[in-house]
Design a protein around this ligand. Sequence first.
Ligand SMILES: *Cc1c(COP(=O)(O)O)cnc(C)c1O
Length: 364
Amino acid sequence: MITDGPRLRPDLEALPSYKAGQRPAPRSDITTYKISSNESHFPPLPSVQAAIVAAATEINRYPDPFSSELVTAIAQHFGVPSEHIALGTGSVALCGQIIQSAAGPGDNILYAWRSFESYPIWTGIAGAQSIQIPLRPDETHDLDAMLQAITPETRVIFICSPNNPTGQIVDPRELENFIAAVPSEIVIVLDEAYVEYVPQNKRSDSIRLYRENTNVVVLRTFSKAYGLAGLRVGFTISQEPITNALRKTALPFGVSSLAQAAAIASISAESELFERVALVTAERDRVVGELITMGYELNSNYANFVWMRLGSRTDVLHQALEHAGLSVRPFPDEGLRISIGETQANDRFIEVARQVASEFDVLR
Ligand SMILES: *Cc1c(COP(=O)(O)O)cnc(C)c1O
């Protein structure tokens, strides 16, 4: 039989593909920096490396499929039952599992836009419909509009705080009122990938929110503040109905033995890691301060990156940064997301932003 090749789902054609932050090309004249993916620029802690090396002696075996030791460590850390923890190969995978667990064709998934690029992709893969609610002019989630947009087809709502790529947080009071107003059959995901960079007094008490609401899922990752982006491990905290569904939809043996060992070691080394977080937030505030002094208009930034909404002037600064050996994440005609990196990288970023501000009138 002659065919035109494999018959695949036509709707996949319309799916956006994930645009990963670029690595800079190595150059002989200058050190280049990758400040495009919001990773930790610090190398792994010696204690974490040692745990990985020790685990490497057993990689001929499958990992513990339940990641029992890691689940216990996370549960103890947050003071929650082990039955409320699900693990995934990065929190990105858990975003997909949440959607698969709750939605299919005909259903819709609600989230702010612009926000994390994985949401539309997973929604499309599930055959569900994305409902994107524009951010308010100050880049915060428009929770009133999100509430208005709920329909009987709504199955999942993502709240990304701090929001990637705009760096804004959702006000804790507003979030609480929002959750109270959303019908309890709709899953609400609190994507807190960057929560460690938020001052304590600005954070939502997401653990209490999950305890009080069967439909709330707290989504966390080891990729950012914990510096394990390359190992792919994230987790959720939610009550049994959702947690059980996430365990069912997980990739079998997905979280590797190296990732499990590294995550356990990272929880033990948390105070050391949080010292790094403090260095990053201090650098972020320094960078933001400099940019504002130059005349750039910026909202508050609560994560390990800076968001510059430059509109049609995005490309000018992007080109200049690339030219200077800095890979950042552009959103064409919208803005740039610049991760906080090594001090030298941040200094160079400031320097280029200053030159561009004076030469190209990007501020008008
Ligand atoms: C980086 C990021 C994640 C984490 O992804 P992992 O798969 O855990 O590496 C999740 N949500 C948002 C909004 C992010 O920016």
